[in-house]
Structure formats: structure tokens, C-alpha cells
Design a protein around this ligand. Sequence first.
Ligand code: DX5
Ligand code: ZN
Length: 223
Amino acid sequence: MLKPSISPSLMCADIFSLREIIRDFEKNSIEYLHIDVMDGEFVPNFCLGTDYCRRMKAQTDIPLDIHLMVINPLNKIEAFGFGAGDIVSVHYESQAKDEILPCLKKIRAGGAKAFLAINPDKPVEVLREYFDEIDGVLLMTVFPGFAGQKMVEGSLERITALRKMLDESGHADISIEVDGNVNYEKAPLMRKAGADIFVVGTSSILGPGGLTENIQKMRNLLG
Ligand code: DX5
Ligand code: ZN
């Protein structure tokens, strides 16, 4: 079983306290920084962008976890300035099918880990043909676009089904990252179902309470 990692969602972090928050993440050995990029087309919201990713990369050694919620990402990927150790996710739904593979290859060619993101209403079975080309799946547990939503019913079963598919096809090393409403109650259940990277936002560590205490609480729950 892959060890659990925490990827706080920076769209949920107060921009006026960002420097302090990043330092706290460093002190607490946070594994990734989840950056939601939204183009107002693939999802009905705008959020973070290329400059934000580049500035963040220059300011911290924590690897970035760039979640691209943009239409036709293929020719936009390089602009985010990612590198070795970072994660870049593109959505299965955001592009023509024949552009998915070139996208994943481009991410890997840039030294990053290629993840394929999938919305809650898409059968996980569609991912199977990409298993040799990906390092992880970003399994959405809410419909992307906004923080503060409730987990879509059936999400835990989807994690279980995907983990089984991966393990049985010889891809036990492929990560499952969960994104959306990862709270203190659901995170351990998601972990049990087979997730290993946890995007945490308003529902947990960037919600009420002290940051360090919240991170500690989440780590204890994830085991
Ligand atoms: C969507 C985002 C959100 C969110 C996570 O891609 O990543 O899911 O910020 O935090 P919650 O759901 O806890 O507000
Ligand atoms: Zn996200």
C-alpha cells in the first residue's frame, strides 16, 4: 500500500497569509501543494494560473500538484513551469480522446508525474487503457469548480473499484488522489478504500482550527 500524502488546496488558503501558511506546511513536511487552475470554460469558475504556479515554485521546495481544469490543455501545459517531482493532472473529459496520450507524455517529458483526473460521473473503467502512461489518478469526489461542496455519493465505492483494477492489472504503484470534501470523517474511509494522496481544503486542515494541529490530526487519522 502506498504511503499517505497530504496536498492542501491553495485556493482555500488566505492569500494575505500565504507566506506564513507555506512556511507552516514546510515545517509540517507537507508532501504537495494542490493548485487548482480553472479557465471558466471547463468549469464555471476562474482560479489560479501560470504566474501563481511559477511564483510558488520559486518560493518553496514542496512539490506542486497542479490540477488543470482547462479545455484542451495540450498546448498550454508548458506555461505552468513544472519540473521533477511535481504532479500535473489533466482531465479525461477536457479534451479530444486522441490528445490525452500526448498530454500525459508531455508531462512526463517535463520530469513531472502524469495524473489523469476524472469527474464523479465518469466510469473509472475508461482509465484502464492509460495505466501504462500515468503515475496516478485524480479521482474527483465532488464536481470540480468550487471548494466547500459535499462528497458525491458512491465515491468510496469508486476508489475501491479503481484500486482493485490497478492492483489486479499489475499497477499497484499508481496513486489514487482524492479531491473534494476530504474531511476528518471521510479521509480514513477513503484511505481504507485505497486512496493515498489527499487534497485537503475547507473541509479539514484549511477550515477552522490551528493549521499545525489540523495537519497533525489528519496525519493521525490517515495512519
Ligand atoms: C477542486 C478543489 C476543491 C477544494 C478542496 O478541484 O481542489 O475540491 O479546494 O477542498 P474542500 O472540498 O474541502 O473545500
Ligand atoms: Zn483540485
